[in-house]
Ligand binder design. Structure first.
Ligand SMILES: [Zn+2]
Length: 186
């Protein structure tokens, strides 16, 4: 039963026309365009969904990837070094408001193995580094726009926690034990 299902799935995948294989979602460099022993300057915007995030993810991309870099060939690898910018909408982990946060990879290097190919896919390497650069706990006061988080300071965290002043702690009132002690004595 399982084998029959797998065979059918393979057949369907094989019949997917090549031009529908999300080519616009892949950022590639044709290494034949890189001059020998030189760098190829690449600059522009990539509109494809490089991060492939789902609608349920706390982060959403909100614009194209802007890049300005140089590509060169280094011992069986494609080296791309430069600046990469991708704007996101993140949800603040304190106040739950959405805010804009641009991931900026500056003077960043991507090294991808050539594997005897001429068209090198940069998407996976770039996606990984961009996702790693996203904050684990997004705070809206650390976004692109300067703003205060409305929920900042509402929760006791290590940064806002005041240790209790021992002088303010009420001394125990032992006098209330008085009648009880008397009772025991009687
Ligand atoms: Zn916030």
């Amino acid at each position: 039963m399982q084998n029959a299902f797998n065979a059918r799935l393979t057949a369907i995948l094989r019949f997917v026309p090549f031009e529908h294989a999300h080519l616009n979602e892949i950022m590639t460099i044709d290494i034949r365009t890189i001059p020998e022993d030189q760098c190829l300057a690449i600059e522009g915007e990539f509109e494809g969904d490089i991060c492939s995030l789902s609608a349920n993810d706390a982060a959403r991309t909100t614009g194209p990837l802007t890049y300005k870099a140089e590509a060169s060939l280094v011992s069986e690898h494609l080296l791309v070094r430069g600046n990469f910018l991708l704007p996101f909408i993140l949800t603040c982990s304190r106040c739950n408001n959405d805010f804009r946060h641009t991931v900026r990879l500056s003077e960043h290097s991507l090294l991808v193995s050539l594997e005897k190919l001429t068209l090198i896919d940069l998407t996976d390497a770039l996606r990984e580094d961009i996702i790693l650069a996203l904050p684990d706990f997004p705070h809206c006061d650390k976004g692109d726009n300067t703003q205060d988080c409305p929920a900042r300071g509402k929760f006791q965290t290590e940064e806002t926690f005041d240790p209790l002043d021992p002088k303010e702690v009420e001394p125990k009132d032992f006098s209330s034990w008085g009648p009880l002690d008397k009772l025991k004595l009687d």
